[in-house]
Write a protein of this length. Structure first.
Length: 308
C-alpha cells in the first residue's frame, strides 16, 4: 500500500492540467482523480474539457477516477464528492499506485484536503428555488447579509456556489448549536499549480473556445437536451452549458452567445486563481510552475521534486 502524500496538480481553465497530470502519472505509476465539479457528469465532455483522449498514448491508458460518475441532470454535490474521493484514494493506494489529483475546482480540492464539514449541511430546496429568482448581485448582497462561520471559507465564484453558500450560512444561523464533525479525513498533499500569464491564458481560452464551438460543443448540448436533460439544469451548470442552451432556445443569437461565453470563461479563470490564492492564505502551500514551459519540462520538475 502506498501511503505517500497525495500529489495535486491544479490551475485555471486552459492551463494544460490534464496533459501534465497524465505525463506525471506515467513517470510515477500514478492514477488520476479528477477535481472538477462538472466532469462527474456523463455526456458533458467537450464543455467540461475532459480531454479523455489525452489519457491514452502508445496504446497505454492512465487510469482515471471521478469522471462520468452520474448522468447529466442528476444531483451531485461536494459532500458526495468527498466520499467518492476517499474511496478512490484507498482503491489507488491499495494497488500500490500514487493518487494524482488534477483539476481546477479549488473548493473541491480544499474540501478533500482539509476535510471540510460544511458539505454535510442538507440541501434546502424551497430556499434554493427562492434564491434562484434573484440576480447575481442580489445573491451577493444576500450572502453578505447572512454572515456565519462559513463565510470566510465560502466559494462564491459561480452562481451555483453562491446559492450554496447562502444556503449553508442560512442553515448555520438557524442552527447555531449544530455540531459538525469532519466530513472526511484530511490528507497530506504536495500541491503544484500551473501559473500562466494572464494574456497567454486569455489567448488559450479564446482559441480553445472557438475550436470547441466549431467541433461539437453545440451538438453536445443539443444531444443533452434531446436526452431529456432540462434546459434549466444545463443553465444551472453554467458557462458553456448555460450560454449554448440560451442560444439553442433562441434567447441569444450566435455572436452574442459566443461573446458572452468568452467573457464569462475569462472571468471564471480569474476567479479560479483568486480561490487558489485564498487556499494559500488558508495554509495550503502551492508550488507554482511556469505555465509557459513545455509540459515535458514541468513534468520533470514535479517528478524531481517528488522523488528528490
Amino acid at each position: 500500500m502506498n501511503s505517500s502524500p497525495l500529489l495535486v496538480i491544479l490551475g485555471p481553465t486552459a492551463s494544460g492540467k490534464t496533459r501534465l497530470a497524465v505525463q506525471v502519472a506515467r513517470l510515477l505509476e500514478g492514477e488520476i482523480i479528477s477535481a472538477d465539479s462538472r466532469q462527474v457528469y456523463r455526456g458533458m465532455d467537450i464543455g467540461t474539457g475532459k480531454d479523455l483522449d489525452e489519457y491514452t498514448t502508445d496504446n497505454q491508458t492512465v487510469p482515471y477516477h471521478l469522471i462520468d460518475v452520474v448522468n447529466a441532470g442528476d444531483d451531485y454535490n461536494l459532500h458526495r464528492y468527498q466520499q467518492d474521493f476517499r474511496r478512490a484514494v484507498a482503491d489507488i493506494q491499495n494497488r500500490g499506485h500514487r493518487p494524482i489529483v488534477c483539476g481546477g475546482t479549488g473548493l473541491y480540492i480544499e474540501a478533500v484536503l482539509k476535510g471540510h464539514a460544511y458539505t454535510a449541511i442538507p440541501v434546502n430546496e424551497p430556499l434554493r428555488a427562492a434564491l434562484d429568482t434573484l440576480t447575481d448581485e442580489q445573491l451577493t448582497h444576500r450572502f453578505h447579509d447572512t454572515p456565519s462561520a462559513y463565510s470566510p471559507v465560502a466559494d462564491t465564484s459561480t452562481r451555483k456556489r453562491l446559492i450554496r453558500a447562502v444556503e449553508i450560512s442560512t442553515y448555520l444561523n438557524a442552527h447555531p448549536n449544530v455540531q459538525l464533525g469532519a466530513a472526511t479525513p484530511a490528507y497530506e498533499a504536495r500541491l503544484f499549480g500551473i501559473d500562466v500569464p494572464v494574456e497567454l491564458r486569455r489567448q488559450r481560452i479564446s482559441t480553445r473556445l472557438r475550436h470547441r464551438l466549431q467541433h461539437g460543443m453545440i451538438e453536445e448540448v443539443e444531444q443533452l437536451l434531446a436526452q431529456g436533460v432540462p434546459a434549466e439544469k444545463l443553465v444551472f451548470y453554467g458557462l458553456e452549458y448555460k450560454f449554448i442552451t440560451q442560444y439553442l432556445s433562441g434567447e441569444l443569437d450566435y455572436n452574442t452567445m459566443a461573446t458572452r461565453l468568452e467573457t464569462a470563461i475569462h472571468q471564471f479563470a480569474k476567479r479560479q486563481m483568486t480561490f487558489f490564492r485564498k487556499m494559500e492564505r488558508d495554509g495550503l502551500l502551492i508550488h507554482w510552475l511556469d505555465g509557459t514551459q513545455p509540459t515535458e519540462v514541468l513534468s520533470q520538475q514535479i517528478t524531481t521534486l517528488i522523488t528528490g
